[in-house]
Design a protein around this ligand. Structure first.
Ligand SMILES: Nc1ncnc2c1ncn2[C@@H]1O[C@H](COP(=O)(O)OP(=O)(O)OP(=O)(O)O)[C@@H](O)[C@H]1O
Length: 286
């Protein structure tokens, strides 16, 4: 569906992308996961034709693509990180307006159902909540019935409930046979939604695979989390005000923790966040 080989982007002297490669299978959710400034938006906007690449090859639908043509744009949907809509239009008017940009696509009413905004059809955009606004933006990315949809950090700034709602919509897209390119800095989002995750840091892909495969490949053991204080800070890696201890021998680790007087600890399986911490030595939101 989409293949990228050795993609590089320079902003002046600064190498924002250092030659990244990946391939996205039809019908899958592909996630580019990385911290702020890793190069996610740069990658997405090059693929959408909004920025120029410095070097590298892009293949869309099996064909090498030098620029993103009108024909390709008809087949892709885009949800940018910051999408400005006309505040005075109603939800349904907005959908009709965007539908008019394309030759083919969904009926605006069908999109309302898909993103759960039927009751808000006649509300003005300026009166929507943050989560409703984002759902409208998601619906707009789907209006031309695209084969491939780019979602650039679609849940940033949303509360947990709205985020879950957006996840459901993304799963709905997938169930309709669409391919999704999702960028996120929420590891939980990538872990829950993605078939394949590429972890990007400083313009380089440092690991890729299914979430489960990444966790298995990292050879992480059981994780024990304790609060960070003077007694615990030497026990493991510090992250988000906690000390993260990787261990093969949970019993021994717990004995050590109890010995220093800590009784509130959590024992859990490793997550993508731990994989990221192991690979980069830092957290995703540092
Ligand atoms: N137009 C630009 N000119 C110069 N540097 C830029 C430009 N756009 C991005 N950068 C730099 O390139 C790097 C990658 O930025 P990019 O926006 O792609 O990261 P990101 O992973 O999308 O981050 P975020 O999660 O914050 O959106 C950053 O160091 C950024 O400062």
């Amino acid at each position: 569906m989409l293949k990228v080989k050795n993609l590089k982007k320079l902003y002046g002297q600064f190498e924002a992308l250092k030659g990244i490669s990946f391939e996205i299978e039809r019908g899958s959710i592909f996630s580019l996961l990385g911290p702020n400034g890793a190069g996610k938006t740069t990658t997405v906007e090059i693929l959408e034709g909004l920025r120029k690449k410095t070097e590298g090859e892009i293949y869309y639908f099996g064909k090498k693509t030098e620029f993103v043509s009108r024909e390709i744009k008809e087949k892709i949907g885009v949800c940018l990180q910051k999408t400005e809509l006309f505040k005075e239009l109603t939800v349904i008017e907005t959908l009709k307006l965007f539908r008019g940009f394309y030759k083919r696509g969904f009926e605006p009413e069908a999109i309302l159902n898909l993103v759960g905004l039927k009751e808000k059809a006649k509300s003005r955009v300026k009166n929507l909540s943050g989560g409703q606004y984002q759902r409208l933006v998601l619906g707009l990315s789907f209006i031309n019935d695209p084969e491939l949809i780019f979602l650039d950090e679609p849940t940033t700034g949303l509360d947990p409930q709205s985020r879950r709602h957006v996840w459901e919509i993304i799963r709905n897209f997938k169930n309709q046979g669409k391919t999704i390119f999702l960028t996120t800095h929420y590891m939980e989002e990538a872990e829950k939604l993605a078939d394949i995750v590429c972890i990007i840091d400083n313009g380089e892909i440092i690991e890729s695979g299914s979430p489960q495969n990444l966790i298995e490949k990292s050879n992480l053991n059981v994780i024990v989390e304790v609060p960070k204080n003077e007694k615990t800070r030497h026990l493991g890696k510090i992250f988000n005000n906690k000390v993260i201890i990787e261990t093969k021998d949970v019993r021994k680790t717990i004995q050590e923790i109890l010995k220093v007087g800590i009784e509130n600890f959590i024992v859990r399986h490793p997550t993508l966040e731990d994989v990221f911490l192991r690979l980069t030595g830092k957290g995703l939101r540092d």
